[in-house]
Each structure stands twice: as C-alpha cells, then as structure tokens.
Design a protein around this ligand. Structure first.
Ligand code: G4P
Length: 528
C-alpha cells in the first residue's frame, strides 16, 4: 500500500460523553465489529469511580487500565480505525481536552433518558471551538427516554449544534421496535434477546410500501412515515462537506448494550469521517501528505512499575512516516533522538512497530525528555499549537514533609507536571509553590505517586483561590501595568513556562481587576 493510501484509510477519533452514557459499551461494540475482540466485556471499564478518592490501589489499577485503553486500533472494511480514549470523569477533563487535540473527529454519546449532561456540554464546546466534525449517537433506546424530536431540540439548543438525523427510532423502551436507517434507507428490527449478532436489516427504497405495515404494525408504520416527512421538512439535508467543516452534525439512534444501531453508525462513520487533517504549527500549516515526519505529544503516561521511572509518551503522527531507529529532532530541547521500540496499539494490546503513518499514535518510552505539547520533526523547527493549559479550579500550597528528600520532591513534582497531572505556580513574592488541579482527586494522586515513585513526602495547605488568569499587558512598560504589578504583587505567580499569572479569589475580583486595569488583559487559558 502506498503512503497516501495508508494515510487515506486512517480514521482517528475520540468518543466523548458524560459518565455512564455508554462510551465504554460503544467502544467495545465497535471493537467487536472490527473483529479486534471476540466477546463483550473484553475492554475493561476505564471509569474512575467515585470511591477512588480514598482508594489508592483503585487509582493505580485505573491507571493501568487507562494505559491499555489509551488507544484502541482495529481494521474495519479496509479502514484503520484509531479510537483515542477520553476519560469521562470531570476531574480528568483536562486529559480529555488534550486528547481532543489529537483526534480528527468525535462521536458524542448521549443517554436517551438523561439527555444532554454537563460533561457533554463542556466537551462539545471544545470540539466546536476547534471545528471538529461531530457525529451524535443517542444511546439506550431499549429504555424509556425522552421523545426523539425533543432530544434533537435539546442537542441543538444545549450543545449549539445543527443536527440532522440519519436514523430514527420506531418506538422506545418496552415498545422499541427498531430503527429506520435514513442514510441507507433500511429498516433494522430490534431483537432484545440477541445482543451479539449483527442484524442485517430490510431494505426499503420506498417507505410507503404496505410491507412496512406488516413488519412493524400499522400504527408504527404510519408514525414513522409522518416522522420521516417531518424530518425531511425540518432538518437540513445531510451534506458531507458541511459535516467535515463542523457546521452540520448527523445523529444516530441505537442501543450499544444490545448491539443495535452500532453497525449503521460505524458504516456511516468510515464513509464520512475525515482521514488525518492538516495541523497548525507556529510557523505554518503541516499537511499529512508531506513526506517528512512530524508529530506531537498529547499524553504522557507514567510506567506502572514504580521501580522504573520510565514513561510512555503518546505521539500523534501529523505527517510523513514515523520509522523505528531513525533520528528525529525534539524541537523544544533541540536534541536528536531515536527510538528503538516505538509501540503501536492494536485492540487492547501494544506492540513494537517499524512504521507508523499520519493519524497513528505511537507510544515512545521516555525517561523524562518529553512533556505535553512537545513536537518531533526531521529537523524543521516548528511547534504544533493547540494544547493550552486551562485554569485549574482547586489550589493548595505544597510543602516538603521530608527535608532529606527535597531533590526527589522537586523532580517528582516536575515530572508529574510534565505529564499534565496538575499545574504548578510559583508565587513571585516568596517563591512558595502552589499546585492547581481541575478536580480534588488529583491532590491525592500526586501525594501518593510522589511517595511511591519518588520516595518524597508532601503536605498541602489550603489556599482559597478561584482561578488563575494568564496576564497579557498591552505594554509591559506602561504605568498601568506597573501599578497592577505593585498592587497585586501578593497574587502574582509564574506558571511552569515562566508566564505571569494572576491568582484570583473570585469572579468578582477578576471583573474588578479587569475594569481597573483595562490594558492588562486576563486570559483563562495559557494560549491566547
Ligand atoms: P461510560 O463508559 O460512558 O461511563 O458508560 P458505560 O459504557 O460503562 O455504560 C454505563 C452503564 O450503561 C452500564 O451499566 C452499561 O451496561 C449501560 N448501558 C450502555 N449502553 C446501554 C444501552 O444501550 N442500554 C441499556 N439499557 N444500558 C446501557 P452499569 O450497570 O453501570 O454497568 P455494568 O455493570 O453493566 O458494566
């Protein structure tokens, strides 16, 4: 196969949802269709359960699973599909945001009974900002849920999407009969007892045929005809280009648990979802078909074995062919590196590979050279953009609890921050270190990992802060900025890159500060 054929057959995407909507179940069913696994239940649940807060072994176990399920790849109908795992738990939302920089499209899973939930709203917002093509899958149709049209309205309003259904349910819950596949003009009948086999579907080029009445009953047949007519009138026609531009989102209905509607979703997905796309770097846009290899690190995972501190850096290949034992430039460090055992991922296993193509993810063993956002090239100086840090929501001072181990503590903190577990800020006034996280769970993870992987002990002290803002003065020398620095000096700190941040205790403070110092812009992400 040529390089271009390899690139064109790749589909790299993420499945996002609020916890419990069915992301894991859907992932597993997709793997089942790809023949990558033989039985349901093979993909371990990668959910961080609430109980994990007090159960460190559980956190460790979850970390192990999440390495295994970070990338799930399989072949389906000549296409190579890479699913990137995105944690649904809100405390790990930043991990998900970063993973979204490495996908070319997403599938959003929504629970038919719960509708659009909080986490889905946040994640879809990020996708919309980046214009990532989105397919919506409404799940759990075997249960009583909201009316299909009401749900479509809700998706439009809450998620700000412009939807068009490509399938439509007949009945729901107890009375769920099946799904009409608008995309293929086929009817699939639901058989609740048959959770494993793939139903083939009856083709209906003309929905008005009396055969439909015989199959689903007169009432359901009439309802379906009316509903399809309404869909035709109310919703825009599906247009692949609009979908690819992020301006139109097709919707599918189904039940992942019952293996229903999943094949339709997958068949449409491989037809319409984009192959690897160009990516913006600081100096130019890099196209996937360029022969020279470029890629960037979007995730770092610490080794499970605490005795070996090596880590796995996940690199998304943007262009060219990544080859084993070949010299690449680590742009930030200006250092040539080669990798003897790059891992590729297949189903839930990883294996050493000689070549990877755009869209693929390779796992590189790392002893501390990489941090999130790092770029690899064949020599060109460029940095991929789009992995911003977001303002944390929880803050604590971190103190050394064992003076004999201060070096270990510093190294541990440094490496955990590179992995993106949390963010570190150093106060300008007294050099005290502040850890900022998205969720409270991370503080415990950090404490546990510092002790078990680095032999260092830390304690925390509460710090009542609300957000950090990255500070961007219009003019570093003007009197307003000088005044801002003097008045706010107690609240100013540097992030890990040395950028100036302002620690604010409330939204009110941010507003007041912004209106008092209009030329000093305050931003909620590190990239602006
Ligand atoms: P998540 O990864 O998005 O968090 O969700 P997950 O797939 O783990 O699914 C959450 C729960 O919803 C699971 O039940 C799962 O079996 C169920 N589920 C998924 N798809 C469907 C569906 O189409 N219909 C119905 N009725 N249920 C569905 P659980 O009891 O929490 O877990 P488990 O014990 O079944 O693993």
């Amino acid at each position: 196969m040529t390089f271009i054929e390899e690139l064109k057959r790749r589909r790299t995407f993420g499945i996002i949802s609020h916890p419990d909507a069915g992301k894991t179940t859907l992932t597993e069913k997709l793997l089942l269709f790809g023949g990558a696994i033989n039985e349901a239940g093979a993909v371990k649940n990668n959910k961080i359960k609430k109980s994990a807060t007090s159960d460190f072994m559980e956190i460790e176990r979850q970390r192990g699973i999440s390495v295994a399920t970070s990338v799930l790849a399989f072949n389906y109908k000549e296409k190579k599909i890479n699913i990137l795992d995105t944690p649904g738990h809100k405390d790990f939302a930043e991990d998900t945001f970063r993973t979204l920089t490495a996908v070319d499209s997403v599938i959003v899973v929504i629970d038919v009974a719960k509708g659009v939930e909080e986490q889905t709203e946040k994640l879809v917002k990020v996708c919309r900002m980046r214009k990532i093509p989105i397919i919506v899958f409404i799940n759990k149709l075997d249960r009583e849920g909201k009316d299909a049209f009401d749900l479509l309205d809700e998706v439009e309003q809450k998620l700000g999407l412009r939807v068009t259904p490509l399938s439509f349910p007949i009945g729901m819950g107890y009375d769920f009969k099946g799904i009409y596949n608008i995309w293929e003009q086929k009817l699939n009948l639901f058989d609740g007892d048959n959770k494993q086999t793939i139903s083939e579907g009856v083709e209906f080029k003309d929905i008005n045929t009396p055969e439909l009445d015989e199959i689903v009953g007169k009432k359901h047949a009439e309802d379906l005809r009316e509903e399809l007519e309404l869909i035709d009138e109310v919703y825009p026609k599906f247009d692949k280009d609009e979908y690819l531009k992020g301006d139109l989102q097709p919707v599918f209905f189904g039940s992942a648990l019952n293996n229903f509607g999943v094949k339709e979703l997958l068949d449409c997905f491989i037809e319409i979802a984009p192959h690897p796309q160009p990516k913006q770097a600081d100096t130019r846009i890099v196209k996937p078909e360029e022969p020279k290899m470029t890629g960037f690190v979007f995730k770092i995972h610490a080794n499970m074995d605490p005795k070996h501190r090596d880590r796995l850096a996940f690199v998304k290949i943007v262009s060219g062919t990544f080859k084993r034992n070949t010299n690449y430039l680590h742009v930030r460090l200006n250092k040539k590196m080669k990798f003897a055992s790059p891992n590729a991922f297949f189903a839930e296993k990883k294996q050493i590979v000689d070549e990877s193509f755009p869209g693929d993810i390779v796992g590189l063993h790392d002893t501390g050279n990489f941090k999130i956002g790092d770029t690899l090239t064949e020599g060109e100086i460029l940095n991929f953009k789009g992995i911003p840090a977001f303002s944390p929501e929880h803050f604590r001072y971190i103190n050394n609890a064992d003076p004999m181990k201060s070096k270990q503590l510093a190294k541990g903190i440094d490496q955990l921050m590179d992995e993106g577990v949390a963010q570190l800020f150093t106060l300008n006034l007294n050099g005290r270190k502040v850890i900022g996280t998205v969720g409270a769970l991370q503080f415990e993870v950090i404490q546990y990992r510092l002790e078990h992987e680095y032999g260092a002990k830390c304690t925390y002290e509460n710090l009542n802060m609300h957000k950090v803002c990255w500070v961007a003065p219009e003019d570093e020398k003007n009197a307003e900025f000088q005044d801002f620095k003097r008045v706010k000096q107690r609240y100013l700190a540097k992030d890990k890159e040395g950028k100036l941040v302002f620690l604010a205790d409330s939204d009110f403070t941010i507003q007041m500060t912004q209106s008092k110092y209009p030329s000093v812009k305050l931003h909620f992400t590190s990239e602006f």
